[in-house]
Design a binder for this molecule. Structure first.
Ligand SMILES: Nc1ncnc2c1ncn2[C@@H]1O[C@H](COP(=O)(O)OP(=O)(O)O)[C@@H](O)[C@H]1O
Ligand SMILES: [Mg+2]
Length: 391
C-alpha cells in the first residue's frame, strides 16, 4: 500500500476530504501538521510547517524510518518543504524557489513580468502605479489585507490598516477592471491541464475583496476560456512550476480598449481554498483531492472529464465583526431546489472577523443544477433564506 505524507496546517478545512480520497484510492495517509492536528489521525506526526528546512528534516527521518511514496502539501504553508523533500527523494515536485515565489506577491509579479505575462503594473509604493491602486501584504492570502485605494487619503488609510496586523513587505498594484475567474489546473511534466474554470458572478470592486460565489463551468465564450487557459499555462511556466495543482485568478475585461483583456492576478501552487473543492467532480465521481493524490503517486489520470451538471459554492459573507450567536432556517435553505449542502466552519459562539483583517471563512453553501445560471440563483436564494446572527 502506497504511503503519502500530507502536510496540513492546523487551521485547514481540508483534512477530512483528503482522508476520504486516500481511502478511495487505498492509500495510507500520514498527517503532518503543527499542534493541534486538524483531525485525529492515528498516524499523525508533528512538523514545524513555518520552518521549511526543519519540516524537510522531519520528513527525511520519517522516510528513513518507514518509507514514504509522496509528500502532498494541502495549503501554501507546506509547499516549500514538499518541494525540497520531493527533489531529494525523487517524487514529482516543483523547484523549491518556484513554489517560494508563489508565496511572495512581489517575487511572483517579478517572475511574471520577466516573461511578459499580462498582469497589473506593480511596485512597492503607489508612485509606481497611480490611482486607483490595490495595496496588499506581500506574504498573506485569502484576500487578507487586500485593499483598494482611489485617492492618496485612502492609500494612507489602507497602509495604516494593514500595518495593524502585518509588518512585512507591501505590494501596490494598479487596479485592473473586469470580471474575475478562478482556474483549477494540474501540471504534469510541465504540461498544464485545466480542470475547471469558475466564474465569480459578484462584482469584486473593493475596497475589500471578500470571495462570494464561484460557479463552474464558466459562462464565458469558449475562445475566452481558451485564452484564459493559455495565459495560466504561460504564468505557471514563467514562475517555474512544473508539477501538481495550480489555483490561479484572472481578471477578464471584455471591454478593454487597449486589447489587454486578461490580467493574471494570482498563481498558487495548490488547490482552491476553503471547502470550495467540494464543488468539483471528475470522470466517475473522482474528487479534486483524489486527483492530487493520483498525481503525487504518478497514478493514471485519464478520463477527468467534467460532469454534465453545473455546480457552485458561496462563501457566506461575514456581516460584521462579533460573535456568531445563531443560524436560523438552515432547513429552509437546504430544501430549496439546487441547494445541495451547507457547512459552517465557525461554531456557534465563535468570533467572526470580516476582511480586511479576517482570516476564517464563516461557512459554505453548495449548489448543483442543470445550468450555471440555475446554480447561481440557487446560491442566492439559499443565502437569502438563511438568517445568520452576529452579535
Ligand atoms: N491589481 C488588482 N486589480 C483589481 N483587483 C485586484 C487586484 N489585485 C487583487 N485584486 C482583487 O483582490 C483579490 C485578492 O487578491 P490576491 O492578489 O488574489 O490576494 P490573495 O492572495 O489574498 O488571494 C483578487 O481575487 C481580486 O479580486
Ligand atoms: Mg487570490
Amino acid at each position: 500500500m502506497a504511503r503519502v505524507l500530507l502536510l496540513v496546517p492546523t487551521a485547514s478545512y481540508r483534512a477530512p476530504d483528503f482522508v476520504r480520497a486516500a481511502k478511495a484510492l487505498r492509500v495510507e495517509l500520514i498527517v503532518g501538521s503543527e499542534e493541534p492536528p486538524p483531525i485525529p489521525n492515528e498516524h499523525a506526526i508533528h512538523v514545524p510547517l513555518a520552518d521549511a528546512a526543519a519540516t524537510a528534516k522531519v520528513i527525511d527521518e520519517l522516510d528513513r524510518a518507514r518509507g514514504i511514496d509522496a509528500v502532498v502539501a494541502v495549503d501554501d504553508q507546506g509547499i516549500v518543504a514538499a518541494a525540497v523533500v520531493g527533489e531529494r527523494l525523487g517524487f514529482p515536485h516543483n523547484a523549491p524557489d518556484a513554489v517560494a515565489a508563489t508565496r511572495d506577491k512581489l517575487a511572483l509579479r517579478s517572475r511574471l513580468a520577466a516573461s511578459e505575462v499580462p498582469q497589473p503594473a506593480f511596485g512597492t509604493t503607489v508612485d509606481a502605479v497611480g490611482y486607483p491602486c490595490v495595496v496588499k501584504p506581500a506574504g498573506l492570502a485569502a484576500s487578507r489585507g487586500v485593499i483598494r485605494a482611489n485617492t492618496p487619503a485612502e492609500y494612507h488609510d489602507a497602509v495604516a490598516r494593514i500595518r495593524g496586523f502585518w509588518d512585512g513587505e507591501l505590494i501596490v498594484e494598479q487596479y485592473v477592471d473586469g470580471s474575475e475567474v478562478a482556474v483549477e489546473a494540474l501540471l504534469r511534466d510541465g504540461k498544464l491541464t485545466v480542470l475547471a474554470i469558475f466564474d465569480k458572478p459578484d462584482a469584486l470592486v473593493g475596497p475589500y475583496f471578500e470571495e462570494t460565489i464561484y460557479v463552474t463551468p464558466s459562462r464565458l465564450a469558449h475562445a475566452t476560456q481558451d485564452a484564459i487557459a493559455h495565459v495560466v499555462a504561460r504564468a505557471a511556466r514563467a514562475v517555474g512550476l512544473t508539477e501538481g495543482p495550480i489555483h490561479a485568478e484572472v481578471r477578464v475585461d471584455l471591454d478593454a480598449t487597449d486589447g489587454n483583456e486578461l490580467h493574471v492576478i494570482e498563481v498558487a501552487a495548490r488547490t482552491i481554498g476553503g471547502l470550495c473543492a467540494r464543488t468539483l467532480q471528475f470522470g466517475a465521481g473522482i474528487s479534486l483531492e483524489e486527483v492530487v493524490l493520483r498525481h503525487a503517486l504518478a497514478m493514471d489520470l485519464d478520463n477527468l472529464h467534467a460532469p454534465r451538471t453545473a455546480s457552485g459554492v458561496m462563501m457566506l459573507p461575514i456581516p460584521r465583526a462579533g460573535t456568531l450567536t445563531a443560524v436560523h432556517h438552515r432547513d429552509r435553505a437546504l430544501a430549496l431546489p439546487g441547494v445541495v449542502g451547507l457547512e459552517f466552519t465557525i461554531p456557534i459562539g465563535g468570533s467572526v472577523t470580516p476582511l480586511p483583517e479576517g482570516d476564517r471563512y464563516l461557512g459554505f453553501l453548495f449548489a448543483r443544477a442543470e445550468t450555471p445560471a440555475a446554480v447561481e440563483a440557487a446560491l442566492r436564494a439559499g443565502a437569502a433564506a438563511l438568517d445568520i446572527v452576529v452579535a
